[in-house]
Design a binder for this molecule. Structure first.
Ligand code: PLP
Length: 390
């Protein structure tokens, strides 16, 4: 394996060594079913309870308000499904234009089944139009589902203010906090949300484990109907080792929050200013003030993001682009389109997302190596004209 510089942590994260260590016994001798009556299973059940407490602690919830699921997508689907099943008379659902496909595509699916959907717009900086949100709410609205932080730009919405406006209308409010938890402090009680999604693999736990916070008192209908597990809210024998790993990751995340706000943010800012200084016609996408500390989306105008990614890949630098390769054509992402980012910029957008494992040396390597790559790609770009003023 070549050494990589991994700055794609919004896609997924390294499983923390402490997490692996905590999980290993549950693949070996401790294989009991946490629901069993015997002591052997009970020992495992106790560890699952501890893990639930740790997840709850990270977001200021009660342990019984945590439902373990299989992925962030399942948490999002479960929340939205719970709200519409529990409010069968209501046929209007609200989200934003910049949601992750886990929400966006479910909404589009539901619209084919007779639900009226509203996608609230954002401005050029990716900020939500709160007045449009308020105007969209009706007595027929079953749920509002709005992400806390955007996975591509890192832009954060003012969740507390949004929740207040939605809940004073008596409407269920869910937030997709898959990118938020572990990066900034999250307190579900302060935020006032009814439901909140988080996912293990974004916070140094393994893939295939996630959770949904469901506020006590919120009407809930399970998505997976089966056994009594998760208090009847999600059937299926628990993914014990991963739940224990997620508990450990949440414990670590509490400790990492200060580092996210300090060292990680400083590294992100260093990367951003280094790249902007070294490259003409580069711009940051999104509201720089209200942003996750680890994320930056940079558009390098007049070059294709995919070409940048390939050239960086040769140097072992792992990042993401803001376009999706659909049926051979490189479509800019729906997020950048919703923000009205010009075509020439959206195509050349790259997302860098850092973690506590990144170092200054890695960041300086990217700052040194990337500008000549952009310059080289511009030389062969049919759109680039050197006289374009920066
Ligand atoms: N929501 C957001 C904002 C995400 O970034 C992601 C994953 O990238 C998801 C939901 C889906 O999470 P998972 O991959 O655990 O299904």
């Amino acid at each position: 394996m070549m050494d990589v510089i991994y700055v794609d942590n919004n896609a997924t994260t390294r499983v923390a060594p402490e997490v692996i260590e905590e999980m290993l016994p549950y693949f070996g001798d401790l294989y009991g079913n946490p629901s069993s009556m015997h002591t052997f299973g009970g020992t495992v059940g106790r560890k699952v309870r501890e893990a639930r407490e740790k997840v709850a602690h990270l977001i200021g919830a009660l342990p019984e308000e945590i439902v373990f699921t299989g992925c962030g997508t399942e948490s999002d689907n479960t929340a939205i499904n719970a709200a519409i099943e529990s409010n069968p008379g209501k046929k209007h659902i609200v989200a934003t234009r910049v949601e992750h496909p886990a929400v966006k595509n479910l909404f589009e699916h539901l619209s084919k089944k007779g639900y009226r959907t509203t996608f609230i717009p954002v401005d050029h900086q990716g900020r939500l139009d709160i007045d449009a949100l308020e105007k969209s709410l009706t007595d027929d609205t079953a749920i509002v589902s709005i992400m806390w932080a955007n996975n591509e730009t890192g832009v954060m919405f003012p969740i507390e203010e949004i929740t207040q406006r939605v809940r004073e209308r008596g409407i269920v409010f869910h937030t997709d906090a898959v990118q938020t938890v572990g990066k900034i402090p999250v307190d579900v009680k302060k935020a006032g949300v009814d439901m909140l999604s988080l996912s293990g693999h974004k916070i140094h736990a393994p893939k295939g484990i996630a959770a949904l916070y469901v506020r006590k008192g919120v009407k809930f209908t399970p998505f997976l109907i089966g056994g009594h597990q998760e208090r009847g809210r999600r059937g299926g024998t628990e993914n014990v080792s991963s739940i224990i790993g997620m508990g450990k990751a949440c414990e670590l995340a509490v400790d990492h929050l200060k580092e996210q706000a300090g060292r990680v943010k400083t590294l992100r800012d260093r990367l951003e200013s280094g790249l902007l200084k070294g490259t003409p016609k580069a711009l940051i996408n999104g509201d720089r003030e209200h942003r996750l500390p680890n994320t930056t989306s940079i558009s390098f105008e007049y070059v294709e993001g995919e070409s940048i990614l390939l050239m960086m890949d040769r140097l072992g630098i792992c990042a993401s682009s803001g376009s999706a390769c659909t049926s051979g054509s490189l479509e800019p992402s729906h997020v950048l389109r919703a923000m009205g980012v010009p075509f020439t910029a959206a195509h050349g957008s790259i997302r860098f997302s850092l973690s506590v494992y990144n170092t200054e040396k890695e960041i300086d390597f990217i700052i040194k190596e990337l500008p000549p790559i952009i310059a080289k790609l511009r030389e062969i770009s049919p759109f680039w004209k050197p006289e374009i003023p920066s």
